[in-house]
Design a protein around this ligand. Structure first.
Ligand SMILES: *[C@@H]1O[C@H](CO)[C@@H](O)[C@H](O)[C@H]1NC(C)=O
Length: 224
């Protein structure tokens, strides 16, 4: 064989190998996608968005339901806690005005920072319920300890992060223009009837939606 033939053969082999690697990669990627989709299907949850504010008596009442219901249904619920309510930002967050005064703004900001300190929703709910139900809305350290969270949110509170989180909470809240606080939104769509039912019977409403949307495995007895 002369040198040219060898070069041609080597080039062909090289292209073949590259092509093989490429198709193998494609097949693998497709497989992964399928697995991810299956996983998501199996893990489909009811999305709950809670719009609330820190010093609101109606929110406080709702916490009596949220705690136990979340605990029972945490595998079936994906919750987003949004501590903002009827507050308003001014000048891009230089000032916030809150329905129940400056103390409420502080409370919203604190809860926003603590919620942001963990991706663990069970811990977020535990902290928020505990703090909202504390006699004087204090017990920050105690509630954080019980939820297994760090209370080191001083940095967040006094920095741009705290402001940014409140501005984000405002954006989410304004999407639904809530007329009542707390407002409970399911799967991103506000519905007045579901809202009214939720305030009276959150557990019943969650069960109704889980059944209606086929989000319970047939073997589950959780809503019976
Ligand atoms: C905290 O907020 C920041 C900014 O919005 C975000 O990028 C980050 O994922 C949040 N962390 C958690 C644990 O939610």
């Amino acid at each position: 064989m002369n040198k040219l033939t060898v070069n041609i053969i080597l080039t062909i082999v090289l292209f073949f190998l590259i092509w093989q690697t490429f198709t193998y990669h494609m097949v693998l990627e497709k497989k992964c996608q399928n697995i991810n989709e299956q996983f998501k299907l199996n893990m489909k949850q009811l999305h709950v968005t809670l719009l609330y504010e820190s010093l609101c008596p109606d929110t406080r009442n709702f916490m009596h339901q949220l705690g136990p219901v979340y605990k029972e249904f945490q595998d079936y619920i994906d919750i987003l806690l949004v501590p903002f309510g009827k507050a308003q930002s001014e000048r891009n967050g230089a000032i916030f005005h809150c329905q129940h005064g400056p103390a409420e703004c502080k409370g919203n900001r604190l809860q926003g920072c603590v919620i942001n300190s963990t991706a663990n929703q069970a811990a977020q709910v535990q902290f928020v319920v505990c703090q909202m139900l504390a006699p004087d809305y204090s017990r920050i350290d105690q509630c954080a300890n019980e939820a297994g969270l760090l209370t080191d949110v001083v940095q967040c509170l006094s920095s741009e992060t705290g402001t940014k989180l409140q501005l984000q909470a405002e954006l989410v809240t304004k999407k639904y223009s809530p007329s009542f606080i707390p407002t409970i939104v399911y799967n991103g769509v506000f519905d007045q009837q579901l809202q009214d039912h939720s305030l009276r019977d959150f557990r019943g409403t969650v069960c109704y939606l889980l059944r209606q949307r086929n989000l319970l495995p047939s073997s589950s007895t959780i809503c019976q």
